[in-house]
Design a protein around this ligand. Structure first.
Ligand code: G16
Length: 527
């Protein structure tokens, strides 16, 4: 077939280095950008097949999110804006690792297994972050799509959640919004302005938010969005990409792991600050108190703020709806928003956040329908009318396709404004135990296997027993280890009654990982 001839010819321009194998990780392929050209071309091919199979538009985002600037990666987006299924992640790995001369064979194998009608049209949306390597890598994706005859729409520089939003808008024929960057700003800003009308007499200080853009795409998009917010938010942007390096000493991952403010941010006492990550799908908040102490408001705190706000609104209607009667339930999954997203879909309203600030809120179709009916209810009193309007605007403000730093930030700002809360009030909802997160480099991180939502290690032998006995030495302590799905490291988490104990436990567990799981380089040193 002429189609395959074209793939065969074009793939020679994006050759695979012999012997290189990569896995589709927690959020797609991710490694040094120099290894990725063939992966991008092949993901263009795979997205085209997925589009033909689903008869829908598929998204391909070129980004390595929180990883260093030299890395890059690719995330595939399914029709409703969610991550691709596990089965297709497997195909992605299969195609990525096919040697040059067996690429067509593997491609045909997927076509056959999935029974894909190759005469179906295909449409793929492509976006990229600000990394220097992203321009040529996204071109490789476009080449892959066109070599199989698919249509592309190149959105250029967008945040990952913006591309998820575009894909969902396209496949819902505009029901979710209009599939343009402007449409995204319009939808979110209108909802935000409606919500903040409920917060009276806010001073300029209360509208002020210090935003660390991680020197990435989120900073660019925040600047573009600002005029749409009509001074209802006064953004002071730092790490806007004009001088610093992406994610270097800044960004959500740095702030969360280091538990300190990013470089270049001048924080006044008690001032609300937040950091995006490299592709703006994560956000964490923080402030310093009058003693100069740094306070982090991470994904757990964000989930608590948003769920208590929603619960308060829903309780006004508890006499009417079954789903609102259920208590708030907590569920744990493995790391990776794809796991959390699926778990959250099981609920009428699912609020999910990873501690690193990646998360969103999902409203089931039934819940959205019931809220729509409430809007029209003629017997509603003023308090309920107000609550239902708030719910409606909150739904519009949330990017339900995936975690979105900009959307989450606007939700948080609106909730704080409506409830008249400061960052300190929010922080006081509960007190975090002191904790520490570390990384250990080992020769093969896959030697660590886990169970119970990654809370217990089943291999290597003896590791979990060692962790258990170390934990017993400290008060209120817990510790978990797991292989990262995005970097070549093992992650260690520890918490205890004091920061000294958390640091010491994290160090001891790191040493155990280093010794029992094949650590390389220098032994972990005490903090
Ligand atoms: C990705 C995933 C997240 C995950 C994070 C870190 O985020 O989407 O769910 O928490 O990687 O994973 P790990 O700790 O296993 O390296 P992002 O923002 O980097 O795409």
């Amino acid at each position: 077939m002429a189609q395959f001839e074209e793939v065969s010819q074009k793939s020679k321009l994006h050759p695979k280095p012999e012997g290189l194998t990569l896995q589709y990780g927690t959020a797609g392929f991710r490694t040094h950008a120099k290894h990725l050209d063939h992966i991008m071309f092949r993901m263009g091919l795979l997205a085209t097949l997925r589009s033909k199979k689903t008869k829908s538009t598929i998204g391909v985002m070129v980004t390595a999110s929180h990883n260093p600037e030299e890395d890059n990666g690719v995330k595939l987006i399914d029709p409703m804006g969610e991550m691709v299924t596990a089965m297709w992640e497997g195909y992605a790995t299969q195609l990525a690792n096919a040697e040059q001369d067996s690429l067509l064979k593997e491609l045909k194998d997927i076509i056959e297994k999935e029974d894909i009608n190759m005469s179906e049209p295909a449409s793929v949306y492509v976006g990229k972050d600000t990394r220097p390597s992203s321009a040529s890598l996204s071109q490789a994706v476009l080449d892959g799509v066109s070599s199989l005859g698919g249509k592309t729409h190149d959105y250029g520089l967008v945040t990952t959640p913006q591309l998820h939003y575009m894909v969902c808008c396209c496949n819902t024929h505009g029901c979710y919004g209009s599939p343009t960057v402007e449409g995204y700003y319009q939808k979110l800003s209108q909802a935000f302005l409606q919500l903040t009308q409920n917060a009276l007499n806010r001073t300029d200080d209360q509208k002020r938010l210090l935003v660390d853009g991680a020197n990435g795409i989120g900073a660019l998009k925040m600047r573009e969005m600002e005029p749409f917010l009509r001074s209802e938010m006064q953004v002071v942007l730092s790490n806007d990409g004009s001088s610093g390096k992406l994610n270097h000493m800044c960004g959500a991952d740095y702030v969360k792991v280091q538990q300190k403010a990013p470089q270049g941010m001048n924080m006044g006492v008690g001032e609300r600050c937040c950091s995006f990550d490299g592709d703006a799908d994560r956000i964490v908040y923080y402030y310093t108190d009058s003693k100069g102490c740094f306070h982090l408001l991470d994904g757990d705190k964000i989930a608590t703020l948003i769920s208590t706000y929603l619960k308060e609104l829903l309780l006004l209607f508890r006499h009417m709806f079954q789903f609102m009667l259920k208590l708030v339930t907590v569920c744990c999954t493995k790391t990776g928003v794809k796991h959390l997203h699926h778990a959250a879909q099981e609920y009428d309203i699912g609020v999910y956040f990873e501690a690193n600030g990646h998360g969103t809120v999902l409203f089931s179709k039934a819940a959205q329908k019931q809220i729509q009916e409430l809007v029209k209810d003629p017997n509603s009193n003023d308090e309920r009318k107000r609550a239902v309007k708030l719910l409606e605007s909150t739904i519009n403000l949330i990017n339900q396709t995936v975690g979105d730093a900009i959307s989450d930030m606007l939700v948080i700002e609106a909730v704080l404004a409506i409830r008249g809360m400061s960052a300190q009030d929010w922080d006081a909802i509960y007190t975090d135990l002191p904790n520490r997160q570390l990384k250990v480099t080992v020769s093969d991180r896959r030697v660590i296997d886990t169970t119970d939502a990654e809370r217990r290690a089943v291999s290597p032998e003896g590791l979990q027993d060692t962790i258990d006995s170390l934990v017993k030495k400290y008060k209120s302590a817990r510790s978990f280890v797991r292989p990262s799905g995005t970097e070549d490291v093992v992650r260690v988490y520890a918490e205890a009654d004091t920061q000294e104990s958390a640091d010491s436990l994290a160090h001891e567990v790191s040493l155990a990982v280093y010794r029992l799981a094949g650590g390389i380089g220098d032994e972990p040193k005490p903090l």
